[in-house]
Design a protein around this ligand. Structure first.
Ligand code: ZN
Ligand code: ZN
Length: 296
């Protein structure tokens, strides 16, 4: 069974991780130039969940399944199988995983998904929106409304005019969903349902949003790629190569850290492995404390 937890004591709202890939990543690549001793000092809260004993960051690509009494939602859909991602991150090119099998094991029938949310339109967040049927890319969740933040979409639509990799991404993963009439363009502060809303967290991409899920007075914040690893809580101003397109990811990171630090809100990153964390202030920066007693 996948890692999952119930947000409220009544058990009305559940969040589950369904993994597509895991990618151990070196700290030096993620946070170039950070002081080794400062990184070593984070091991006490980074290990074992978010960093292995050799010091590698544990990165995962997963979808987050949000079940509420009225909805079966997915937040971000990974890289997808068979996508031509040559020229990008090699591990994303022409994937062939059993992600859909794992989704089914988690009790999710693709036909029953009614909402697909997207923190931002990078290749590892929209991939399973489509899959190949013969030689055509078709929606994987044909009964779901796919909510995209309008100005995130407008941005990538523009970029695709000049960038071949983006044009490819839109052609194989986004346009088929538009063509099937399944897209709703929404504002970045859209209220999705009684329990789920979007909160702008622009920075890593121009229309990046956090998804906040609330039930029974408790909240989980699905922060997408505001921080690729919890380690960034300690180094919020260091810009990883994954943020290269954007001018102000650090400001977004600081705003998100400030919003959730020293609260009970559970924070889930799009690439943070299980379990969720709570953020704490720590001197000039922050730390992420894994909450390891959540599982049902
Ligand atoms: Zn991203
Ligand atoms: Zn990502």
């Amino acid at each position: 069974m996948p890692d999952s937890f119930r947000l409220d004591s009544a058990g009305d709202v559940e969040i589950a991780y369904v993994e597509e890939l895991t990618l151990p990543t070196s700290v030096r690549w993620m946070l170039e130039g950070v002081d080794r001793e400062a990184v070593a000092a984070c091991a006490e809260w980074m290990q074992p969940h978010y960093q292995n004993a050799d010091g590698y960051l544990l990165q995962s690509i997963h979808t987050l399944v949000v079940r509420t009494p009225d909805h079966l939602m997915l937040v971000d859909t990974g890289v997808g199988n068979g996508k031509d991602r040559s020229g990008g991150i090699p591990a994303f090119n022409q994937l062939d995983t059993d992600f859909l099998g794992r989704l089914r094991e988690a009790g999710v029938d693709p036909l029953e998904v009614d909402t697909v949310l997207c923190t931002h339109m990078h290749t590892d967040h929209v991939g399973w929106d489509t899959h190949l049927e013969g030689d055509r890319w078709v929606p994987t969740f044909p009964n779901a409304r796919h909510l995209f933040v309008e100005h995130e979409w407008m941005h990538w639509h523009e970029v695709a005019r000049e960038t071949e990799a983006t044009a490819r991404l839109l052609t194989d993963s986004i346009r088929p969903v538009f063509e099937a009439g399944l897209v709703d363009l929404v504002p970045a502060d859209h209220e999705v349902s009684e329990h789920v809303r979007l909160v702008p967290s622009y920075g890593h991409s121009p229309g990046h949003v956090t998804v906040e899920v609330t039930a029974g007075g408790r909240t989980a914040a699905l922060i997408g790629d505001v921080m690729h690893s919890p380690l960034q809580a300690a180094f919020p101003d260091v810009k990883p190569p994954l943020d290269r397109e954007q001018a102000a990811p650090a400001a977004a990171r600081r705003a998100v850290l400030e919003r959730y630090a020293d609260t009970d809100i559970l924070v889930l990153g799009a690439h943070w492995p299980w379990p969720p964390a709570r953020l704490r202030r720590d001197g000039e920066a922050y730390r992420a404390e894994a909450v390891s007693d959540l599982r049902d």
